[in-house]
Structures are given as structure tokens and as C-alpha cells.
Design a protein. Structure first.
Length: 76
């Protein structure tokens, strides 16, 4: 099920709370314990290219944008 399908279904079921609860009970995505979808960037929400060293929890794109602000230096 794609994200757009998920949003369409939730939009349709918003007026029917009993059916919405049943739908969410059986169809919500499971909590990930490992793999690429288990960690996401705290700043933008991306899953890939995750930097977790020093408890940063940022993707590489966000890290490049704010690296100097948080005390990292660029050598080159």
C-alpha cells in the first residue's frame, strides 16, 4: 500500500470512527526494530544515509547543512 493510498483511505474513513479504528487495527504499519526504516532523520524525516555517530540521528544532507553550527570542521 502506497502512501497516497493510505492517505485516501484515511480521508474517506475520517467520518466513520468505528470503521477507522478497525482499519487501523489491522492495517497500520508495524514498528521497525532493524533495517533502513528503523531510523530516520530527526530534522527532515528521511530514512536513507543515516548518521547515528555521537547520537546525531541526521541524514547526510542535513548533517552537511548544519555541521559547522554544531561544531564540526571541514578539512579540505
Amino acid at each position: 500500500m502506497t502512501v497516497s493510498d493510505w492517505k485516501k483511505i484515511l480521508k474517506q474513513l475520517r467520518n466513520k470512527p468505528a470503521k477507522l479504528a478497525k482499519f487501523l487495527k489491522h492495517n497500520k504499519p508495524k514498528e521497525r526494530k532493524f533495517g533502513i526504516a528503523s531510523k530516520k532523520c530527526e530534522r527532515c524525516g528521511r530514512f536513507g544515509a543515516h548518521i547515528s555517530n555521537y547520537n546525531l540521528n541526521l541524514c547526510r544532507h542535513c548533517f552537511r547543512e548544519i555541521a559547522e553550527e554544531i561544531g564540526f570542521k571541514k578539512y579540505s
